[in-house]
Design a protein around this ligand. Structure first.
Ligand code: G3P
Ligand code: CA
Length: 279
C-alpha cells in the first residue's frame, strides 16, 4: 500500500482527522481543526456544502438541528436544509453549546457560541500552525449544489492551495462518483476517493466497486469494520488505496494497521498518532 500512496505523494499511513478532532471538540469547528493540526494529523477531513447565497461551508448534516441551536434562533426552520440558509443567517447560530451539553467530559466554556466555518476559514486554520495539514474535502449531497466542485476549485485556486508544497495537500472524497468525475475534469492530478456506505461488502460487490470506480477514483473508503485483508489486497492489486472510516478504537487501529490499510479516518487523531508513535 505504501507505494500506491507514494505515487500520489500521500504520507503512509495517512492520519485523517474526521470533522477535526471531533471527539474532544465540537465537530467541524475551529477548535476541532486546531487541535487536529497541533496534534499532528496529516489531513483535515471536511464536509463541504453550499449556502443559499453560494458560500462554501463546512458542515456534515443536511439540517442544523443536531449540532447547533437552530431551535432557539429559527424555531420554525428546524427542518429546513442547510442550503436554504444564507451565510449571514448561519452565522447567527451557536455550533458549540450542543457539544458541551452532550459531552460532560470534554465540555469547555470556550466552545460556547462557536461559529460555522467557511472553506476559506478552514484554509486559514490549516495554514496557521507549526505544520500545514492537507485538506480532504468531501462533497456532501453534491446533487443539491450544482457547480459545487467548480466553486471548491475556484477557492483553492484563489488561495494558491493547489500549489502547497510538501506532501499532497488536496484529496477529494465523495459518495457520488459523478462528483468525483467533475473533480477529475477540473483538477485531474488531485487524488479522489469514493466512499462506500454498504454494511457488508462481499468479494463480488467489492470487485464491482473497484470496477465501477476504476477510471475515476484513486482510492476507496469503506466503513472501517468492513475492511478485511482481502479487501485491501484486492484494492492494492488494482492500484487503489484504502482509507476506512471512522476508526476510533485502538483494536480497530491495530487491526487495520496490521492489514496495511493506507490510512485512518478518525475522530481521535491523537489515539492513532499515539499508536503510530508519532506524538
Ligand atoms: O470521510 C468519510 C466519512 O466522513 C464519510 O461519512 O457521514 O462522516 O461524512 P460521513
Ligand atoms: Ca465526511
Amino acid at each position: 500500500g505504501e507505494d500506491i500512496l507514494s505515487d500520489h505523494n500521500i504520507p503512509y499511513p495517512a492520519v485523517i482527522a474526521h470533522r477535526g478532532a471531533s471527539i474532544v471538540a465540537p465537530e467541524s469547528t475551529r477548535p476541532a481543526y486546531e487541535i487536529a493540526r497541533e496534534t499532528g494529523a496529516d489531513y483535515f477531513e471536511a464536509d463541504v456544502q453550499m449556502t443559499a447565497d453560494g458560500e462554501l461551508i463546512i458542515f456534515h448534516d443536511e439540517t442544523l438541528e443536531r449540532t447547533s441551536n437552530v431551535e432557539e434562533v429559527f424555531p420554525d426552520r428546524i427542518n429546513d436544509e442547510i442550503g436554504e440558509f444564507t451565510l449571514e443567517e448561519l452565522r447567527q447560530l451557536d455550533y458549540g453549546s450542543w457539544f458541551n451539553e452532550a459531552n460532560e467530559n470534554y465540555a469547555d466554556e470556550n466552545y460556547e457560541g462557536l461559529d460555522i466555518l467557511t472553506l476559506d476559514e478552514l484554509i486559514d486554520i490549516a495554514k496557521a500552525g507549526s505544520h500545514t495539514p492537507g485538506l480532504i474535502l468531501e462533497t456532501k449531497h453534491p446533487e443539491k449544489y450544482d457547480g459545487i466542485e467548480q466553486e471548491i476549485v475556484n477557492i483553492l485556486e484563489e488561495r494558491n492551495w493547489l500549489e502547497e508544497e510538501g506532501f499532497e495537500k488536496t484529496i477529494f472524497f465523495s459518495f457520488s462518483l459523478s462528483s468525483l468525475r467533475k473533480f477529475k475534469e477540473l483538477v485531474p492530478d488531485k487524488p479522489r476517493l469514493l466512499l462506500i456506505t454498504d454494511n457488508r461488502i462481499s468479494r463480488r460487490s467489492w470487485n464491482n466497486w473497484l470496477e465501477y470506480s476504476s477510471e475515476i477514483a484513486d482510492g476507496l473508503g469503506p466503513k472501517g469494520f468492513m475492511a478485511w485483508p482481502w479487501h485491501i489486497a484486492a484494492a492494492h492489486e488494482n492500484k487503489k488505496f484504502v482509507f476506512p472510516y471512522t476508526i476510533n478504537y485502538l483494536w480497530q487501529i491495530r487491526t487495520l494497521a496490521h492489514f496495511q490499510a493506507s490510512g485512518f479516518i478518525t475522530d481521535r487523531p491523537e489515539v492513532v498518532l499515539g499508536f503510530l508513535d508519532r506524538l
